[in-house]
Design a protein around this ligand. Structure first.
Ligand SMILES: NC(=O)c1ccc[n+]([C@@H]2O[C@H](COP(=O)([O-])OP(=O)(O)OC[C@H]3O[C@@H](n4cnc5c(N)ncnc54)[C@H](O)[C@@H]3O)[C@@H](O)[C@H]2O)c1
Length: 274
């Protein structure tokens, strides 16, 4: 295991999006950070001398719904033998391939739960950071100054990978649930806003993800790809995640309808007759 030098570690952050930027600001100024991201610079991981690598690259949806981890593999291919932390969202299948392909690398997974809009604040205020047991001591020391109440939790990588996907999938399903409540209220001429308010007054339900937007359904950076990745993993294992599948199908229906209205193929009013 790599020994922790305290301050002044040389850290490479690969992927300088919402997650990479939030992590950079948490590590500066105590550590020296080099960013590697083709969208921002021509740095290469293999050209940098560093103590640890943090991978925050995009992991988009592939054509069959699965999580495309090519960017993560590209980073690990270029890495030296120092500890690697994966903060990108990855799949179970990808993690298994990764362990087979790089049996001698020290790779730790840590799911990231920040929200894009409030990335830095979310990262700084997080109550718990979760690490797979692989090299958790090293990483928990590195992030120990993030905030004084931060708790470190350990689990197997597989549990953490699924926990990340199930959190996003639960919230996406909640969005669909309230959109369908909206459909019923609209049909009956009942005020959805009041219904929504009185339902979510129950603390067990809560108001997050209960609002219905003009676009309808869920969007954003992660919910569509993460829900599809989880359903793909379930299908690969012949398990039915039928509620989540319905949430995705309902969402896709709205995406297609919005697109058809935008392309003048369908009248805008048709959105009100669902
Ligand atoms: N945005 C969120 O709210 C959020 C929250 C939690 C987890 N995540 C996950 O974290 C990861 C990053 O998300 P993000 O929102 O920061 O993405 P982003 O799209 O904002 O940024 C990703 C960056 O990775 C770069 N990149 C792609 N391939 C690369 C490579 N081979 N080497 C170096 N850089 C590379 C891209 O140029 C891009 O700048 C994803 O797996 C995402 O699912 C995102």
């Amino acid at each position: 295991m790599e020994t922790f030098k305290g301050h002044g570690m040389k850290i490479v952050i690969a992927g300088y999006g919402y997650v990479g930027k939030a992590i950079e600001q948490a590590l500066l100024p105590a550590h020296e950070v080099t960013v590697v991201d083709p969208a921002y610079n021509t740095n290469r991981i293999s050209d940098v001398e560093y103590d640890a690598l943090i991978i925050c690259v995009a992991t988009p949806q592939s054509h069959n719904g699965a999580c495309d981890m090519q960017n993560v593999f590209d980073c690990i291919d270029e890495s030296n033998n120092k500890p690697i932390l994966i903060k990108s969202t990855i799949s179970l299948e990808g993690w298994q391939q990764l362990k087979q392909k790089y049996p001698n690398k020290s790779i730790t997974f840590s799911p990231e739960f920040l929200r894009a809009k409030t990335a830095t604040q979310d990262f700084n205020k997080q109550k718990a950071m979760y690490f797979s047991v692989d090299d958790w001591e090293f990483w928990s020391k590195l992030f120990s100054n993030t905030n004084k109440n931060l708790e470190f939790k350990l689990a197997g990588a597989e549990e953490l990978i699924l926990a990340k996907y199930f959190r996003n999938s639960f919230l996406a399903t909640k969005v669909t649930f309230f959109n369908q409540a909206y459909d019923l209220c609209s049909k009956l001429g009942i005020d959805f806003d009041k219904v929504r308010e009185y339902v979510t007054d129950d603390d067990r339900i809560g108001e997050s993800h209960s609002y219905v937007t003009e676009e309808r359904g869920f969007g954003g950076h992660c919910f569509p790809k993460d829900t599809n990745a989880l359903v793909t993993t379930a299908n690969n294992n012949e398990v039915r995640l039928s509620m989540l599948k319905e949430a995705i199908d309902y969402n896709d229906f709205w995406l297609r309808l919005n697109q058809a209205v935008k392309n003048n193929k369908v009248k805008d009013e048709s959105r009100n007759n669902i």
